[in-house]
Design a protein around this ligand. Structure first.
Ligand code: TMP
Ligand code: ASP
Length: 247
């Protein structure tokens, strides 16, 4: 397989075409941004860790009948994926109040939500990825409401599998963001990545509110020890995947 043109460069990944028009190659960078790229930095080794964790989790979800773009991890930083047209929505699932939910509603960080909250945000950096209402979604006409329901249903199923999986890793899945895309056949599949960049992950054995953070909030909030937190997640995820494979 050889790569062709760079199709897209985002804040954390580059997408290349390949000689097979149904497949893309995604390259995971060490670059880190937060607050709509107002804050920029590097997390050394992040590309390899996020590519490896995402590959493992997407493969796991595929075994649970969640269709995903994952084909193969080609190298530590490269993932071969099915070519999709990304739906410009960020699908966020929240189990525990944190981040923008606390900022916007006054809920206290760490409060368990009475149900898993699924929210759709418009994926548009120029607009700062605003939270959508269902009427705004209808007016923007990005996808019909039956399809947005499919995204929400997948998101809740994924939440259930990931919560169970992470709890075996002694990690609490606080919240996370998903992206979906359309294949050339028009099927909706899970795309992008699932990693400490896109999830809030708390060490369930740690009581200290700052020490328990194992995700990109360490970068967003200048908590230090970012690389070791990402390595910790990778090690726990890979160990647990191995255990599941051998059981
Ligand atoms: P938020 O609390 O900042 O809205 O973030 C909710 C979740 O979505 C959190 O796990 C981080 C993730 N996320 C992304 O992956 N990309 C983004 O651009 C944002 C804002 C959040
Ligand atoms: N990825 C987003 C950005 O740079 C936001 C975030 O993850 O906090 O800007």
């Amino acid at each position: 397989m050889s790569t062709s043109a760079k199709l897209y460069e985002g804040k954390a990944k580059i997408v290349y075409g390949t000689d097979n028009e149904q497949q893309y190659l995604t390259y995971f960078k060490d670059d880190a941004t937060a607050f709509n790229a107002e804050k920029k930095g590097t997390i050394v080794g992040k590309g390899e860790i996020n590519c490896t964790i995402s590959s493992a989790l997407l493969e796991l979800l595929a075994t649970k009948n969640i269709p995903t773009h994952f084909i193969e991890q080609k190298s530590p930083r490269e993932m071969l994926v099915k070519a999709v047209k990304i739906i410009p929505l960020e699908v966020v699932v929240r189990n525990i109040a944190a981040g923008s939910l606390c900022r916007q509603t006054g809920l206290k960080e760490g409060q368990k939500l009475p149900f898993s909250l699924v929210e759709l945000y418009l994926k548009d950096d120029n607009l700062g990825d605003p939270l959508l209402t269902s009427d705004r979604l209808t007016i923007l006409n990005i996808i019909p409401s039956e399809q947005s329901q499919i995204l929400k249903d997948y998101a809740l199923q994924i939440n259930q599998y990931l919560q169970e999986f992470f709890s075996l890793c002694e990690i609490i899945l606080v919240d996370f963001k998903l992206e979906f895309g359309f294949t050339q056949e028009g099927e909706i599949i899970l795309a992008d990545e699932i990693s400490p960049d896109t999830c809030r992950l708390w060490d369930s054995q740690e009581q200290d509110q700052n020490k328990k953070v194992l995700d990109k909030d360490r970068f967003r909030r200048d908590l230090g020890k970012i690389e070791s937190a990402y390595q910790q997640v990778q090690q726990r995820v890979l160990t647990q995947i191995e255990k599941l494979k051998n059981s």
